[in-house]
Design a protein around this ligand. Structure first.
Ligand SMILES: C[S@@+](CC[C@H](N)C(=O)[O-])C[C@H]1O[C@@H](n2cnc3c(N)ncnc32)[C@H](O)[C@@H]1O
Length: 226
């Protein structure tokens, strides 16, 4: 993969305009226009990342150096694999265990489990692979957006809570949990649970996370153990 540069600084080119076509919804036109003019999308394509989300993990790691010396990292909601590609680069010595409802094209060095984190058997399989405990659990899990703000918020928060419950089960003391959340009112309970179980909890809005999105990441470090 080629070297990363700041995608925003590469975005000074001419904007692509997309006209509404017959049969295409206005929301799809808006999405297409945004994709075509998004420097992170272009940079992800140039560097061979499967998603623009790869940059969110790169930016968070540049600031917090999440995976120094990590032995086992669990990536929840990993497909199509952008974060896994980044993990291979920034934590080449770690074992990476990834899970997603969707299938994922294989990535060398990533142990992928196709399944639902909410399924007991899937969680058991991951736990068995993490004998001795994981150093980091990272979650970008999200369900398909419905466009209904409150519903999307509740679903994403439920996934973040499931991720936290699993992190508490699998992490070694001292480990970290990073999760995506959506601002919307019900984050309090999740944050309280994180504060009870970890030494430090931070909110992060990486530059590549769209400023008009309610998406935010929460990083909890220093897992206190069961
Ligand atoms: C935003 S995508 C993740 C993108 C990924 N970080 C990347 O860079 O390629 C969110 C993913 O969460 C997955 N997901 C949602 N609910 C899940 C669940 N209950 N168990 C496992 N994966 C889930 C979805 O299938 C989807 O692929």
């Amino acid at each position: 993969m080629a070297k990363t540069s700041d995608p925003k600084s590469r975005s000074r080119g001419k904007k692509v305009n997309v006209k509404t076509a017959r049969g295409r919804k206005i929301s799809s036109t808006r999405w297409l226009r945004r994709q075509l003019n998004d420097p992170y999308v272009a940079e992800a394509r140039r560097l061979g990342y499967r998603t623009r989300a790869a940059f969110k993990l790169i930016e968070i790691d540049e600031k917090y150096h999440l995976f120094k010396g990590a032995g086992i990292i669990v990536d929840l909601g990993a497909a199509p694999g952008g974060w896994c590609q980044v993990l291979r680069q920034i934590a080449p010595g770690a074992r990476i265990i990834a899970v997603d409802l969707q299938k994922m094209e294989p990535i060398a060095g990533v142990d992928f489990i196709a399944g639902d984190l909410l399924d007991d058997q899937v969680r058991k399989t991951i736990l068995e692979k993490c004998a001795g405990g994981a150093d980091a659990v990272i979650s970008d899990m999200a369900s398909a957006a419905t466009g209904h703000r409150a519903t999307d918020h509740i679903r994403t928060m439920a996934l973040a809570e499931a991720g936290l419950d699993f992190a508490i089960e699998v992490l070694k003391p001292g480990g970290l949990f990073l999760t995506k959340v959506l601002r919307g009112g019900s984050e309090g309970e999740l944050l309280d649970a994180m504060k009870q179980n970890f030494d430090k909890v931070r909110h992060i809005k990486p530059p590549s996370s769209r400023s008009d999105s309610r998406e935010l990441f929460v990083l909890a470090t220093g897992y206190r153990g069961k």
